[in-house]
Design a protein around this ligand. Structure first.
Ligand SMILES: NC(=O)c1ccc[n+]([C@@H]2O[C@H](COP(=O)([O-])OP(=O)(O)OC[C@H]3O[C@@H](n4cnc5c(N)ncnc54)[C@H](OP(=O)(O)O)[C@@H]3O)[C@@H](O)[C@H]2O)c1
Length: 226
């Protein structure tokens, strides 16, 4: 999973490891990745740290190769890494900032999915979970704040749909999750939800049974408006 070193990502990694998955805690800083795995290890959970920056394609390729060499399979990908543009307005935001948000939230997640799908196809099993946001819902998009973030999450939802359509009947389920507004560095201290609450729906989607949904967008384990 990407961005496992803090926030909702660490909570998802913990909850998946508690369900006996061997979690690969990737982080863009190699030391952070190893420290995160060690933290889980100290709690008796099985985990390994691997360096992966979603904006550096070589690190994605290397991480996937490493995991396949060590473990022979990849069952789950959680695209958790994400950044926001914060207090911007759509008419005045710097295009370079939009591009940075797009690189991480859309292209990074898309590339990670493309990198693991061949191995998932080979085993006939896969769960891909994209950390989206209620802010990316077109239905709810009636405010101008965080414009690059909103647009990127709407695009990530579209990536979820096209991947799910391609992978129908392959055994690979692709879904998007809104964690709600969560107390993290990104969400800020006033958010009402804990990281464990935010992690619940992504973890549920990561461990769906074979007849589970695909191509959906979920909040609190229920479908939400696109
Ligand atoms: N918090 C909320 O209220 C909320 C609401 C809706 C959706 N979400 C989504 O949930 C996900 C996690 O959010 P969070 O609140 O836990 O954020 P966070 O605390 O700011 O953590 C973000 C994580 O993403 C990683 N990351 C950033 N750029 C990366 C890159 N280029 N490559 C790899 N990892 C990178 C960060 O790693 P570093 O430590 O190296 O920076 C960090 O691990 C995001 O996709 C976010 O959009 C959050």
């Amino acid at each position: 999973m990407t961005g496992a070193n803090r926030g909702i990502g660490y909570a998802i990694a913990s909850q998946l490891a508690e369900r006996d998955l061997h979690v690969i805690t990737t982080a863009r800083d190699a030391e952070q990745a190893s420290k995160t795995a060690a933290l889980l290890g100290a709690r008796g959970l099985v985990s390994s740290g691997v360096c992966l920056d979603v904006t550096e394609p070589d690190t994605i390729t290397a991480a996937v190769e490493h995991v396949l060499n060590e473990h022979g399979r990849i069952d789950v990908l959680v695209n958790n890494a994400g950044i926001s543009d914060g207090n911007q307005r759509p008419s005045s935001i710097d295009m370079a900032l939009i591009s940075r948000v797009w690189q991480v939230n859309v292209l990074g997640a898309w590339q990670c999915a493309a990198a693991v799908i061949p191995a998932m196809r080979a085993s006939g099993y896969g769960r891909i979970v994209n950390l989206s946001s209620t802010l990316g819902s077109l239905h709810h998009m009636n405010r101008p704040t965080e414009p690059a973030y909103r647009v990127s999450k709407a695009a990530l939802n579209a990536v979820t749909r096209v991947l799910a359509a391609e992978l129908i009947d392959s055994g690979i389920l692709v879904n998007a999750a809104s964690p709600g507004w969560v107390r993290t560095d990104l969400g800020g201290p006033n958010a009402p939800r804990s990281v464990d609450q935010g992690a619940d729906t992504p973890v549920w989607l990561a461990t769906l049974p074979d007849d589970g949904p695909t191509g959906g967008f979920f909040y609190e384990r229920e479908p939400m408006e696109w």
